[in-house]
Design a protein around this ligand. Structure first.
Ligand code: ASP
Ligand code: MG
Length: 450
């Protein structure tokens, strides 16, 4: 049996947190591969270094903040001095990279900067595991995670990953627990790449698939996926079991508990995923799998803030063909991924997620100008996406009334329904979002007793 465990930033934020994770692994003999994020706060600090032109003092301060986060962990370990030397090597490399980035900003250097956090957390965590007398190996994921050169959101060569894992990683897993980095990879020129913010979940799922693992556990700071954000409704409850289909909609349209791509390899290779809290491993969590026993109509109400709505309008679309293809081509050339789409005869509305802390501006002036060659373009911000997640929503009588009668006083900017049986979603003004989610959640779940 092989389980792959992924520990997020808060799970490896400090020494106590790392120790809890180390105990989780020690208590589960089947967990032989651990994939880590950077310690909480480190990637955000690195984003600042990668993104902005800043003065030398500020840059030195940021690097020092990162040093302090890591030293606060290493000081609890017997091998502190040796470990600090290794951390110092990474920090001095980081200093050089950030000097370079300050004069000549490139996405390639940006990725090399962002990947420093995972390298440090995994080096340190390997020693925390060893301090519990666990046979344990540090593994640089760049040896197996070959990607293209799309810095900031690189795509992984899954076939190559699998063959390299068989060759390099599985033999090591035979010998003990392997600790490796999420989020990062390497392109064919041996340049470091990253898979996008929050990408460690996805790395872990890819590694689970490539190693033929039986299960994947995502350890985070919440006891699983909730029926809604507990900060919005105190009636929110954890969901014990959910299907891949529902969870995929949650990951795309819901709170950012899981990186949206995480479930792709898990679904493809039918690997059940567990989401739980490393602070409270006994508290249970959410199990995500192909089929589940309990399939309620309403499973969750999710909220995603900071949506960008682009509306393109052209009379040329009237009875014409090929217009949408041209719009999509421009968006695809800019690597923009559309979330929702609705069309009328002469206009199309599209939404885009705003990736948190992303190094790229989303809908750039270039994109707008290229679209304007074809049509009128308007870009709106300040919108939130509300998603009602459940089962057979495309075949539920009275669904529209059930959902919208509860929020009849709110302006709905756009509605998407019918493409997936697991999801009905719509856009509302940012200021209405919390109230809409709370009202809907409490009415659909608590009132119906689901
Ligand atoms: N450390 C990276 C981030 O903060 C990747 C991850 O945590 O999944 O985005
Ligand atoms: Mg995450």
């Amino acid at each position: 049996m092989l389980n792959v465990a992924k520990f997020g930033g808060t799970s490896v934020a400090d020494f106590e947190a790392m120790l809890r994770c180390a105990h989780i692994i020690k208590n589960q003999p089947e967990t032989k591969l651990a994939v880590l994020s950077a310690s909480a706060g480190v990637t955000n600090a690195l984003v600042t270094l990668a993104q902005t032109f800043i003065d030398d003092d500020t840059r030195a301060d940021i690097i020092n903040q990162i040093r302090v986060i890591q030293h606060n962990i290493t000081r609890h370990l017997d091998c502190e001095e040796l470990l600090n030397l290794k951390i110092e090597q990474i920090l001095s490399e980081l200093k050089q990279l950030s000097d370079l980035q300050n004069t000549l900003q490139t996405a390639q250097t940006g990725d090399a900067i962002l990947a420093c956090g995972e390298q440090m957390s995994t080096l340190i965590f390997t020693e925390v595991m060893k301090s519990l007398d666990v046979e344990c190996y540090y593994f640089d994921v760049r040896n197996v995670m070959l990607t293209d050169s799309m810095y900031g959101k690189a795509s992984v060569d899954v076939t190559e990953l699998k063959s390299r894992c068989q060759q390099l990683l599985l033999p090591l897993i035979e010998k003990g627990v392997v600790i490796t980095q999420g989020f990062m990879g390497q392109d064919e020129h041996n340049h470091t790449t990253t898979l996008g913010r929050g990408g460690s979940d996805y790395s872990a799922a890819l590694l689970a698939e490539a190693t033929g693992a039986d299960s994947l556990a995502i350890w985070t700071d919440v006891v699983g996926i909730f029926t809604t954000d507990p900060r919005i409704s105190n009636k929110a409850r954890p969901i014990p079991e959910i299907s891949f289909g529902e969870a995929a909609e949650m990951a795309t349209f819901g709170a950012k508990i899981l990186h949206p791509a995480t479930l792709i390899p898990a679904m493809r290779s039918d690997i059940p995923v567990f989401v739980g809290s490393s602070k409270d491993p006994q508290a249970g969590g959410t199990k995500i799998s192909q089929t589940v026993d309990y399939r309620p109509t309403y499973r969750a109400v999710a909220l995603r803030r900071e949506q960008t709505l682009v509306t393109v309008k052209s009379p040329a679309m009237l009875h014409a063909s090929g217009f949408l293809a041209k719009v999509f081509e421009i968006l695809a050339n800019h690597q923009l991924s559309i979330d929702l789409i609705t069309t009328s005869e002469i206009s199309v509305a599209l939404t885009f997620d705003n990736p948190l802390g992303s190094t790229q501006a989303l809908i750039t002036q270039n994109v707008v100008e290229e679209l304007e060659q074809l049509c009128e373009v308007s870009v709106e911000h300040g919108l939130s996406l509300v998603a009602v997640i459940g089962n057979d929503l495309d075949a539920t009588e009275g669904l529209g009334a059930n959902v919208f009668e509860n929020i009849s006083n709110v302006n709905i900017r756009l509605i998407c329904h019918g493409a997936s049986p697991n999801n009905l979603c719509f856009l509302v003004n940012e200021n209405d979002a919390n109230q809409v989610v709370k009202t809907l959640h409490d009415k659909l779940f608590v009132a119906s007793g689901e």
